[in-house]
Design a protein around this ligand. Sequence first.
Ligand code: NDP
Length: 332
Amino acid sequence: MKEIRLAARPVGWPTAETFEIAETPVPEPGPGQVLIRNVYMSVDPYMRGRMNDVKSYMPPFAVGEPLDGGAIGEVVTSHAENVPVGSYVVHSLGWREYSVADAARVRVVDPAAAPTLSAYLGLLGMTGLTAYVGLLDIAQFKEGDTVFVSGAAGAVGSVVGQIARLRGAKRVIGSAGSAEKTRHLIDDLGFDAAFNYKDAPVRDQLRAAAPDGVDVYFDNVGGDHLEAAISTLNKFGRIAMCGAIAQYNDVAPPAAPRNLASAIGKEINLRGFLVGNHSHRMPDFVAEVGGWLRSGRITARETIVDGLENAPEAFLGLLRGDNTGKMVVKLG
Ligand code: NDP
């Protein structure tokens, strides 16, 4: 079988040379374990952080070893009664054709309950839960709020905006990196306003899009987006600090935000979070977002790249903004 390994630690932007595709025997599951034939793999920005040799909330990837990542696949051998052969499971040992996992560490899902299996990596999976928890629990969204989300056409951002709309936001504003993406936000996802952050300073565009200010900022980007949001937020505004993709490939500390101290006078609440510590919200999330999905009130685009060997290019594309919605790799 094939797997993707970290060939070298990138400094700045990763390249094709960051990755290596290797042949290796299909692993044997031990007691309590299952062998999974992966069908879709998740491509996620946080993987960039794990390529650096720094202490963080997850251990770094090792050079010469396979990358881990979210994946969904079919159980083909089982040594665990509660996860029989033929089950479909979500797990975190992807970036390879077959994975062995402890049955206790996989999530069994119902393929019939989703439009496609890949939805369990996006809208009904980790990125959907991130949007749900970040908006409702961390930013304490309430009906009538004006919400601004950056990275709005991506996997997390596109769900944030739609949940805000469905939960009664006064106004939902998104930023993204192309005219096609901003059109998608307004025409397909029901955002009230959207701008291309590459067209003009974020602060100017956000002020124009939010004449009455912003109550909640869902930050996927950091840097000048965060600075613009702090300056546009209303008194007692809330910020869910979800990601800072603008700086993941930086080799020097970011120049912005320069106005953090104004959060004091505005009594802004900035709160970071990791979705992995909020899995207790999974049942509420699946009930509410699954309901919207069944009734056609929420939608999620995916960008699907074919073939394990194209996963490195999918990852580089994610960092460049090639994706609309969730980026996934489909295995043969
Ligand atoms: P996306 O689907 O949003 O893909 C990443 C997007 O980032 C690209 O499509 C690109 O879109 C945008 N981007 C890249 N560079 C920049 C830049 N310099 N400035 C602005 N936008 C940029 O990824 P996800 O939805 O999976 O993740 C979104 C964010 O959420 C990331 O920061 C990620 O790390 C974070 N995250 C955090 C979690 C947590 O537990 N805290 C869990 C999951 C994700 P564009 O064309 O618009 O530039």
